[in-house]
Design a binder for this molecule. Structure first.
Ligand SMILES: [Zn+2]
Ligand SMILES: [Zn+2]
Length: 453
């Protein structure tokens, strides 16, 4: 079995790994890069209308035969580890006859995003997409594949164990993971009984040079937010977070409930939460008792998110949205305190909430986004300054800290460990044993890994 990391040996995001076993060829993730390689953000719009040949020549896409729309399909499967764009964002360039495999949660989150984004950016997963489940093995050609559900800031994220049946060679692809969320038990369960005799581990290292921070777990985010809500003298606090980070929304829901406050989500979040609603998982919904949905008149044309929902397959949610509605003026009459989850795009409507001057703002994403000085970050900071808000960073990472990575690598004890999804591959050698550094595009034969051990 051979592997080629087309992208990801030296960067976070844009992950794409090809696995070759005889005539069988599969991809692990087909992500869009996060950065442009010059310190800026990757510009998705610059790809529009460009032929794949040109994008391959520019080094944006990879020379993978039988993958792209304008090619005869020869790739047997694309396995998507989770619903973050840096792992699935290039799927739209793949031939629609190439089978895609992803968890039910990942499929739903990729799909619901289409309601809210530009037509050009939408991604329709093929109807034939295969749903993968935790520890339910399946075969593709001569490969046996076992997904493992992992704790990550993306809901229903997977790692993959891949075994070549003819040689018994094995590869484990960690995807993105952590041991700090509401599903941290998954990590403990995995390292207590990991797959045996592993030849190669592809392990993410987002946090190799990043501090764990003040709040190591979601439990800590929940506890601090509860304190903030209890201690504040004003009525409204805000939290800036991703509408797709389900663990974080759960933390905020729990904090609001504990503090006797209402949690205010927006129609986009309400729709996302509804998309992954299931009797098995206890995920907050807009019809829960202390949850409201913020609906406002944005630019004199009503609520921008509600109108998108009205034009989509989710339009049956409109009565529930109306029922849970809280308008900016309604905050004045609230008996309870409120925690409003927000994004920069909601600022024009948030400013209509009476008495927000001096209120608390929880920034609940990686602090690096704020420091980068993007247009979004500047708008956010201007909103804070204008309303004299009190900013506090309360966040925990979606990625494993170095101590957890060590536990993980030691448990799997692979014949070789290959750095991926990291900006600090060079540091792996100091921290882990039997590290094999690869370059993007280099072919590595797993037979040589076994010889090393
Ligand atoms: Zn990632
Ligand atoms: Zn991720």
């Amino acid at each position: 079995m051979q592997i080629i990391i087309h992208r990801g040996t030296r960067e976070i995001g844009g992950t794409c790994v090809e696995v070759v076993s005889g005539k069988t060829r599969i991809l692990l993730d087909f992500g869009m890069p996060l950065g442009d390689g010059r310190g800026g953000e990757f510009d998705e719009r610059a790809l529009e209308g460009k032929p794949t040949k040109e994008l391959i020549a520019k080094g944006i896409l990879y020379p993978i035969q039988g993958l792209y729309r304008d090619d005869a399909p020869q790739i047997d499967a694309i396995l998507i580890s989770h619903s973050h764009k840096d792992h699935y964002g290039f799927l739209k360039f793949a031939h629609s006859d190439v089978p895609v495999y992803a968890s039910a949660g990942a499929q739903k989150l990729i799909d619901v995003l289409n309601v809210f984004i530009r037509k050009e950016d939408r991604l329709q997963l093929p109807k034939s997409t295969v749903t993968v489940q935790d520890r339910k093995a399946f075969d593709i050609g001569g490969l046996s594949i076992t997904p493992y559900l992992v704790d990550h800031s993306a809901f229903d994220a997977m790692s993959f164990l891949i075994v070549e049946e003819s040689s018994d060679q094995s590869l484990f692809y960690s995807g993105d993971f952590r041991a700090a969320g509401w599903k941290s038990k998954l990590f403990d369960r995995f390292v207590a009984k990991p797959p045996k005799d592993l030849d190669c581990l592809l392990m993410e290292g987002t946090m190799m040079e990043r501090e764990g921070g003040k709040y190591p777990t979601e439990q800590d985010v929940y506890a601090r937010t509860t304190e903030i809500l209890k201690d504040m003298t004003g009525k409204v606090a805000f939290a800036c977070c991703s509408g797709q980070n389900i663990d974080r929304i759960v933390s905020f829901y729990k904090a609001a409930r504990k503090a006797g406050a209402v949690l205010v989500i927006d129609p986009y979040m309400a729709c996302v939460l509804n998309a992954i609603k299931s009797p098995k998982t206890h995920i907050p919904q807009m019809d829960w008792e202390n949850v409201r949905v913020f609906i406002a008149n944005y630019y004199g044309h009503g609520d921008v998110y509600v109108s998108k929902i009205a034009d989509s397959a989710y339009k049956n949610l409109l009565p529930d949205l109306a029922h849970a509605k809280i308008k900016p003026v309604d905050f004045a009459g609230l008996d309870q305190k409120a925690l409003v989850l927000m994004r920069t795009s909601m600022i024009p409507a948030l400013e209509k909430i009476p008495g927000i001057r001096g209120s608390k703002m929880i920034y609940s994403q990686w602090k690096g986004y704020l420091d980068k000085g993007s247009a979004d970050a500047l708008k956010f900071k201007a909103f804070l300054n204008k309303n004299e808000m009190d900013l506090e960073h309360v966040h925990t990472s979606g990625h494993a800290t170095v101590d957890k990575l060590k536990i993980f690598a030691e448990a799997l004890n692979p014949a070789c460990l290959v750095p991926i999804h990291t900006e600090h591959a060079g540091r792996y050698q100091e921290m882990f044993s039997r590290v094999k550094m690869l370059k993007d595009g280099e072919t590595f034969d797993l037979a040589s890994a076994r010889e090393q051990k």
